[in-house]
Design a protein around this ligand. Structure first.
Ligand code: NAD
Length: 290
């Protein structure tokens, strides 16, 4: 396929590279970064959209996605697909899809889970929103960039699935960290805590696969002085998206709201900016009950 790839950052560059390695003709554009080897450089954003079968966007947020989409949609050929893989608010995803469809295109929102490691290894999970036809048009690309793609329903539902997943992730990480901090104060060895919880009803991905305690469980950012991994700032972004969506849909999400407050405090008032989101553990350990 002829693919335009817009947004060649930490995630976009390895995803574009994997598509090129699989034999697709990939043209990339980014305002700051050069394309990786195997991906041709477009001089303008419209050049990366003209005559393409699929245009993929991997951008920081909904406002940037909307402005890029306004330039890209008129340049794309009728019947082509606009595939957005960024994590953005549900409203922006639906607005961009409406504009794309009005312009004679198919639109799919397909945010990802799996992080930079998954992007490089081609093992991402995609959660997609759009029509059956739209989903089918990009399914072969999901197979190259990832290991699983779930069609979650109409436009915006991919973003809905992503922010619900990440709200659980934020809440669970905080629960895991505060429990480790309590265990410390009770004199319980961290390895014993891991051995029990990872095989008991308190187990979770944050405990079993991404343990916030260094030296315990499989390798995780905790073993690398909490270098991200998945930065606390990005966790905060996703939690805020969950709260924006909860507000708009009148959903009661008290744990999500509290997790958002705690990550905001950690990133904006404490030392959490630029650290992995599991660095909540040393934060809790250093605090007293109040
Ligand atoms: P990044 O900041 O590394 O990359 C974004 C890229 O977009 C940058 O290279 C930037 O120069 C480019 N860009 C910004 N404005 C642009 C414009 N107008 N035109 C063209 N390019 C433009 O971010 P990332 O880590 O690659 O994340 C991208 C998206 O994926 C985000 O929505 C993020 O929430 C989501 N995501 C990230 C991770 C992760 O672990 N990093 C995991 C899952 C989802």
């Amino acid at each position: 396929m002829k693919i335009g790839f817009i947004g060649l950052g930490n995630m976009g560059a390895p995803m574009a590279s994997n598509l090129a390695k699989a034999g697709h003709d990939v043209v990339g554009f980014d305002i700051a970064n050069q394309p990786p080897a195997g991906v041709n450089a477009a001089k303008t954003v419209t050049e990366a959209a003209t005559d393409m079968d699929v245009v993929i966007t991997m951008l920081p947020n909904g406002a940037i996605l909307r402005s890029v989409a306004d330039q890209v949609i008129p340049a794309m050929r009728q019947g082509a697909t606009l595939l957005d893989c960024s994590t953005v608010d549900v409203e922006s995803a639906r607005a961009v899809a409406d504009k794309a469809q009005a312009g004679g295109l198919m639109a799919v929102d397909a945010p990802v889970s799996g992080g930079i490691g998954g992007a490089a290894a081609g093992t991402l999970t995609f959660m997609a929103g759009g029509t059956d036809e739209g989903f089918a048009s990009v399914a072969p690309l999901f197979d190259v960039m990832g290991q699983k793609a779930v069609h979650c329903g109409p436009s915006g539902n991919g973003q809905a699935a992503k922010i619900c997943n990440n709200m659980i992730l934020g809440v669970t990480m905080i629960g895991t960290c505060e429990a480790f901090a309590l265990a410390d104060k009770l004199g319980l060895d961290r390895q014993k805590m891991f051995d029990v919880v990872s095989t008991s009803s308190g187990y979770s991905w944050t405990m079993n696969a991404y343990c916030p305690a260094p030296g315990v469980g499989p390798q995780s950012p905790a073993d690398n002085d909490y270098q991200p991994g998945f930065a606390a700032d990005l966790m905060l972004k996703d939690l805020r998206l969950s709260q924006q969506a909860a507000e708009a849909s009148d959903a009661d999400t008290p744990m999500g709201a509290r997790a958002t407050e705690l990550y905001a405090q950690f990133v904006e008032e404490e030392d959490g900016a630029g650290r992995d989101f599991s660095a909540m553990l040393p934060r809790f350990v250093s605090r007293r009950r109040h």
